[in-house]
Design a protein. Sequence first.
Length: 367
Amino acid sequence: MITHTEHFHGSDLEKIEKFYGIKKESIISFSANVNPLGLSPKLCEGLKNCLDVITTYPDREYTDLRKTIGIYCNTDYENILVGNGSTELISAVIQLKKPENACLIAPTYSEYEREISLSGGKCHYFSIKPEDNFHLDIEALFLFLSETQSELLVLCNPNNPTSTALHIDTLSAILEYCKQHDIFVMIDETYVEFAAAYDSITAIPLMERFDNFIILRGISKFFASPGLRLGYGLTGNKTLLDEINATKNPWTINSLAEAAGKILFTDTDYICQTKELIFSERERVCNILRSIPGLKVYEPAANFVLVEIEKENKDADILFDTAIRRCLMIRNCSSFEGLNNKFFRLCFMMPEDNDKLLECIKEVIRC
């Protein structure tokens, strides 16, 4: 049985291979939150035909790529900067702002805390709780921001691992408060393209009213291309863009990633197929999970769902161990701030793979 201290991230396939003696190629990862369609056929074909781009430097300003992203996001390309994955941009923003105090919503993605700590800042966790279905009380948040004297607020929307999402009206109220109190807001929209209510969740329309925030995204999850390391940020704050670009190293995006981006953001067939698959499987899988006695399913907005095991003698350690021995990898959420080993997360894969995991979950919970 896996011990409580041994938890695996979705990218830890090599560690699992060594620990369990399972070939990583045989593992179906419900932990990585990556689009199950895999690489876009248009991308595969397109990259074959443009391999010669690696013989020259990319455009230092990445103008064509930014214009393509601008059309995709329905915003002016001058509002966009690109980086080596959203991770580079998270680091760039935090290193530039260097907050002494920062507010994170717990539970959430751990990379924020790491970067804030590296910059010398202190993280304060504002907890969203299971008894509130992980919904955010913004009045309580405002009081917390004041008490902790936070200069930076980090929001993941939809949030990882809860899969909850903030409505644009709530985001507007938060940005208004933060503007009045000189608090900068970093909004991670890694999973927003999977949301059925995209237009009411994304903060892009708010860029016309507020300049105290930046949106960060990437192609790792929705476009199933984590190895290309292409991220982008959107903000109406031209001064911030200039400051980040002045401190960033040039050419952090290689020529193939630049070419890939110009293909992916225009691949409407792949985008539509992804949404159809995720929307359908999210509803189907969650309905089945809700039918299993002993489980509580938290309403998801993203391509993954957080589930709580309410049965007394079962937990995510047992489920992970049972599932991985069948080459099915879930995420044990006990390493997230504010959660324990009664919580697990799974992303929606192809229907036949989802069915395998659902059968495993039923067996573990019911026995």
